[in-house]
Design a protein around this ligand. Structure first.
Ligand code: KIV
Ligand code: NA
Length: 266
């Protein structure tokens, strides 16, 4: 398979082919999910929970993200690699965000992701102009868990939905090529995608109308202990290898059978 570029992802989006993204944090799983046909790998700061055993993503550092990005890039062959800017690595402003993004790009990321609404638009514009593709992230933004009062659904009332749509427009205008929409009513994510047709929305707990989907790998492989959010589907239920499970995820995203509104939607 040829390497997935931003140009190719935009082509897929224009042709209404769904984008399948999954997290990976090391070379072995990066190679496995790439072989299974995912379009994009997210080196998510969810590694704070999944790899480090912490209770949130807040303590994850830039050096740790650089290390895991390097590991993933060595295993990956063709997928588009997105690296998470961790908490505290871009909040000071655009110059700090550029320095942090350069560290992730040097580690091999193709795109950086940052969380937050309109206040990040200036940073998104600054990075985009300097040749760094940016993925925004709205809705439940886990780095703000303590301010949000827990892992709760966002944009449920009309005012919250309007705020989400306003921030999404600002970020799209600032140049965000991609945007993760996490834990919000499917109707709100549908509106955000319709408001910004050229931007690739990637949903997690945001319904089926987004341009693509993302899940934490360990959640879809049923490795994660404890109660999982309802938007997760266990792709190992039908048996086979881990690679088979990821192949089923890719197929289900592409044919629109995942997410299923009745089971996974809000
Ligand atoms: O860190 C992560 O895994 C993420 C996804 C859940 C979108 O940001
Ligand atoms: Na993240």
């Amino acid at each position: 398979r040829k390497s997935i570029t931003l140009h190719r992802l935009r082509e897929m989006h224009a042709q209404r082919e769904k984008i399948a993204m999954v997290t990976a944090y090391d070379a072995t799983f990066a190679r496995l999910v790439d072989d299974a046909g995912v379009d994009s790998i997210l080196v998510g700061d969810s590694l704070g929970m999944i790899v480090q055993g912490q209770s949130s993503t807040v303590p994850v550092t830039l050096d740790e993200m650089v290390y895991h990005t390097r590991c993933v890039v060595r295993g990956n062959r063709t997928a588009w690699v997105v690296g998470d800017l961790p908490f505290g690595s871009y909040q000071e402003g655009r110059e700090q965000a550029l320095r942090s993004s350069v560290a992730l790009m040097r580690a091999g990321a193709h795109m950086v992701k940052l969380e937050g609404g309109g206040w990040t638009a200036e940073t998104v514009h600054f990075l985009t102009e300097r040749g760094i593709p940016v993925c925004a992230h709205l809705g439940l933004t886990p780095q703000s868990v303590h301010a949000l009062g827990g892992y709760r659904i966002q944009g449920r009332d009309a005012a919250g939905a309007d705020t989400l749509r306003k921030h999404a427009r600002e970020l799209a205008e600032a140049g965000a090529a991609m945007m993760v929409l996490e834990l919000m009513p499917s109707a709100v994510a549908t509106q955000v995608q319709a408001d910004n047709p050229g931007m690739m929305t990637i949903g997690i707990g945001a319904g089926a109308a987004t341009a693509g989907q993302v899940l934490v790998l360990h959640d879809m492989l049923n490795f994660t202990r404890g109660k999982l959010p309802r938007f997760v589907r266990n792709f190992t239920a039908e048996g086979g290898s881990a690679e088979d499970a990821v192949r089923r995820y890719v197929a289900a995203v592409k044919d629109g059978s995942f997410p299923d509104e009745a089971l996974h939607g809000y």
